[in-house]
Structures are given as C-alpha cells and as structure tokens.
Design a protein around this ligand. Structure first.
Ligand code: 4NP
Length: 157
C-alpha cells in the first residue's frame, strides 16, 4: 500500500524536478521501500508538456546510473489531493504553487515545501535553474539534489 506521496515541481519539468524524481526513486528502490511511495514530478509552466527531460540532464544523470524516464506535464488541481508533499525547486516555483492553490481555492492537506529545506552538504537555498547554462550546471544540480532529496526522505522515514 502507498503510504506517502511526493510530487517534485520546477518550472519546465524537463531539468530539475525530473532529476529529483529519478534520484528519489533510485534511493527508495535501493532501500527496498518503493512500494510505500507514489512519486512524480510536474512543472508550473506548460511549454514542454509531453517532452522527455532535457538531454543534457539525462546524460549527466546516466553517468550516475540515475535513469530519467518521465515526460513533462503541468501541475494540476488533482495533484493537491493526490500528494502528501509538493516540493518546489526554487522560491519562484514555491510561490507559483501557492498562488495556484489560492487561485483555485483548494483546501487540501498537501504540505508545500522547498526541497532545499532538507539540504545538509550544500548551502544553496534554491536549486538553480541549469537550462540556460553550461553542462557543469547539470552536474551541480544533481549534486545538490542527491543531498537534499535524501535529506527529505530521512525526514519522513
Ligand atoms: P526546469 O528548467 O524548470 O528545471 O525544467 C527549465 C526548463 C525550461 C525553461 C526554463 C527552465 N524554459 O524557459 O523553457
């Protein structure tokens, strides 16, 4: 039975949140606790809906045996019912999620947080958007997500 449900959210759902989703899935798989979790990712924007994750992020993740297979989708009202935790990558995503919830008058139980709240090794308060930068930005995003995503899992298990 699924007892926890986690939705990772960024802007486009092609770089940061699909990576966070894949990292989380890899960790819970390794721990043998995957059956307890529903895990997904979404974007606040709709530009990339239906697309695979950015090839630069998939390649950077492949090097760490992290398999990103999700297709981009936009966050929707059902997500606020379906997920216990909605985890934003940066302040702007966080604000957009909160605004969406208010705009749609959703009274839900989902806990909306920023993933960097759970960091321990990196001081970054936000997961930086790697989309317009070089390849090293994708590696850096994976470094900080491996830290904060595992910190999040520790906080709920
Ligand atoms: P993500 O990165 O929010 O981590 O998926 C971005 C992807 C696309 C764009 C911006 C950020 N864009 O402007 O198209």
């Amino acid at each position: 039975m699924k007892t926890e449900s986690v939705l990772f959210v960024c802007l486009g759902n092609i770089c940061r949140s699909p990576a966070a989703e894949a990292i989380f899935k890899k960790i819970i798989d390794k721990k043998g606790i995957s059956d307890r979790f529903l895990v997904d990712s979404a974007g606040t924007g709709s530009w990339h809906v239906g697309k695979k994750a950015d090839v630069r992020m998939r390649m950077a993740a492949d090097k760490r045996n992290i398999n990103i297979i999700s297709k981009a989708r936009q966050i929707n009202t059902d997500d606020f019912e379906k997920f216990n935790y909605i985890l934003a990558m940066d302040d702007s995503n966080f604000q957009n999620i909160v605004d969406f919830k208010l705009r749609k008058s959703l009274s839900n139980f989902a806990s909306i947080k920023k993933i960097q709240e759970f960091r321990s090794l990196y001081s970054e308060q936000e997961v930086p958007d790697p989309y317009f930068g070089g390849n090293e930005g994708f590696d850096y995003v994976l470094n900080i997500l491996e830290d904060s995503v595992s910190g999040f899992l520790d906080s709920i298990t």
